[in-house]
Ligand binder design. Sequence first.
Ligand code: GLC
Ligand code: CA
Length: 558
Amino acid sequence: MKTMNNFSDKVIYQIYLKSFKDSNGDGIGDIRGITEQLDYLQALGVDYLWITPFFVSPQNDNGYDVADYRSIDPIFGTMTDLEELIDEAKKRGIELMLDMVFNHTSTSHQWFQKALAGDEKYQNYYIFKDGTPDQPPTNWESKFGGPAWEYVPHLKKWYLHLFDVSQADLNWENPQVREELKEVIRFWKEKGIGGFRFDVVNLISKPEHFENDHIGDGRRFYTDGRHVHEFLKELTADTGLDQYVTVGEMSSTSLDNCIRYSSPAEKELSMCFNFHHLKIDYKDGKKWELMEPDLMRLKGLFETWETGMQEAGGWNALFWCNHDQPRIVSRLGDEGRYWKESAKMLAASVHLMRGTPYIYQGEEIGMTNPHFDDIHQYRDVESLNYYNILLEQGKTSREAMEILQARSRDNGRTPVQWNAGENAGFTEGIPWISLASNYREINVAAQMKESDSIWAFYRKLIRLRKEKPVIAEGQIAFMEKENENVLAYRRILGEEELIVFNNLTGQTTEVCLEDSWKNYRILLTNYEGEESGTEQNLKNVSDDRWTLRPFETLVLEK
Ligand code: GLC
Ligand code: CA
């Protein structure tokens, strides 16, 4: 039986395979590269590895364009390599989670190829609409820029692609499609996989009638669509997914829907990713327009989602980083003077909340954006599309580059910085994408040796979640609500209690101290060697105010 408790004390580590570790010198990370680093992951203490897609793919969207759900792309290794990884991971108490890209397939998938060849059965696997080349079925836009429909002249039909033109949306309304996808899950379960991540899974249910969107890009017609909950319930029931850890990536979703997706009683998924907290620096909600982060909004979103999920029994995936996001220390922290403190504060701020934390490769050592200054350094299809769109909109190439430096998905995709050696120890060949140039200072080998490194701090956070039920299972209540600078909350479980303060800014700032807290012990701080010092000070303070240093995290335990 699935209970919330079988994943509330777990921590999940995301591996973006292409950039994790290359074992054979071709410059591309691979499955054997993960196996080589299992001891490292065990030392960190993580429970699950979510591995981004390694299936056969033309790699137009780095594997999120799947051409065969059951085979491994040779650039990443073989089935034997994967079986070895599964076994070796299990020996270390680590399970694998695979990435199921079920909203769309690559247009190279044999289903789509058969559809193109005129086979009606397979045309029904996708969303084809009759038409003429001058008139797309709707005015919807692709999430990677440009129209969401592509015309196939010899069929006189358009097909829908919410992402790249080579990623055709599947027709989930067709029961045969749903059966095919269930078979895929069963196939990977047999191999001993411990969980699944579902790519943009709240987009699978399209409307009955397709109409133009006069106020947006079309997303309101297919986001959290009319049958999505039914489809997920069916998928879970028919494949026994409720025995596994599952997470759905939810694009532009709502709290109400995420409660339904993740409540145990609904038997849909274990938990959800939502992205609202990562749009707080989007001007007017637009990713490609820069703005200073709105911290009040960030705090408000955390509160709404944390308390909303708590009240209704839903469960959040907690995260700052993934392969689609810039590095958080570059975005909300500080790459300079407070690099270490800010990276630790950002870690603590989400790891101590109610939900399941995700660590994205390199986050545990405070990797930064690479600040590429040449468009040829970019690899990502979305970034390259938007670079052209920004130029068409009249931006200079310099302005467009500045936006990419802040927003491109490639910011999170540079190779993991393992050591100070050539190519940061990622590959003996030529890396498929440039490294960030700071790898001589920021790398795993250096941080594993230091007791107060960012790495050591992440390791401590993972351990604390396992040692303290109040972190894994406690209730959460937010504090300092009017204080823009501080993300603060209280966790309570029976007699156990934690008070968590995070200064989100590079300035000192004050928080309110209740008298009783002055006798609490300091569980965690992110400033070097000052733990006991602060404890002393707290005991003696007569005031009800306490000053947090720049980016300081202070955690008090009853
Ligand atoms: C998800 C993935 C992203 C991919 C998109 C289309 O958002 O995380 O990398 O491009 O879906 O599959
Ligand atoms: Ca390789």
